[in-house]
Design a protein around this ligand. Sequence first.
Ligand code: GDP
Ligand code: MG
Length: 362
Amino acid sequence: MSKNKAEEKKRSKQSGLDEGGSRNSGEKEERFHAWADAIRSGNRRDLARAITLVESTRPDDLEYAQQLLELLLPYTGGADRIGVSGVPGVGKSTFIDTLGKELIADGRKVAVLTVDPSSPLSGGSILGDKTRMVEFSCMEEAFIRPSPAGKTLGGVARKTREAMLMCESAGYDVVIIETVGTGQAEWQVSSMVDLFAVLMMSNAGDSLQGIKRGILEMADIILVNKADGNLKEAAELTANEYRNAMKLMDNGDCATAVHTCSALDPESVRLCWRHFTGALSQRKNDSRFENRRYAQLLQWIRSPAEDSLQQILQNSTSRSVLEDLADQVHNKKITPLHAGLVYRRNIVSEFADLDRHSKVPN
Ligand SMILES: Nc1nc2c(ncn2[C@@H]2O[C@H](COP(=O)(O)OP(=O)(O)O)[C@@H](O)[C@H]2O)c(=O)[nH]1
Ligand SMILES: [Mg+2]
């Protein structure tokens, strides 16, 4: 655990919100209001503490986090929510570092959250990111938060969404969510941002066959990065190949834009940002922007039910019940439908049990 994390943990314990016995609820409410005010006034330490609360696995903290978030909700929704994805090494952190500095120079406040499904196991990639974003991360107008730990991607996604809302209430007008290219995480991130940008390597003339189709379908904008030095020409060629591929995949709305980019070159990154804001303002002019946010809202509300069901279907109890029933059907003792109904009853009771304890996927 990094020193910062340890300190944050300590601070969260020091918040004293759980010393319930000695405090009445009015006092507690006052503390929440003071905390929310501090966050809104831009205090980064209080914002960090709030996100630590969101990430906590303690049932009490879950409840507190929702109370705090409710106070902040009226001040959320105002940021441009940008997802940045791509395989490790493609230049995401470098791109975000350059972009963040440019945006701050323009007078904006920038929050960066990361979603890295490997981090709960590996201990996180934030070290690499921090070294890539030294200057940016030291800026007063920047806020960087590593991937929350979690056992399920659904849990990580919820924490990231709530952290995003908190950042918005703290006045960050651009929230960037960085994620590594691994399918499910991409989908989660694309379902919480207004614009999902995917960074690609130039493939030096190789065909695009190896590229996963799913990520291209999710992309609002594709940036072929490292278009500098002797890679520039190859990047242009690759961008053209993507343009052709995206035309073929186009399903009527409009083909995904493809641009080249050099994350090391501020001018190039500025141009990318203009592409981003151009696409966003087009969508704000018609109903696409609002429709997307509304669809995301529906997804957020559905996700505790969906995630819990997934977890139940995959846990070892359900699997052994299923295998046991399969044996009985196989041995011609009960019918498949009978077995199916027993299995369903089992799932429903596990689901009800979760509900009784207000458990959310972690
Ligand atoms: N030449 C060149 N190198 C880059 C560019 N962007 C990133 N890099 C380098 O690629 C490596 C990986 O970058 P990083 O931002 O950590 O990638 P991430 O894993 O996607 O976050 C680093 O050595 C960067 O300096 C670029 O546009 N041009
Ligand atoms: Mg990175």
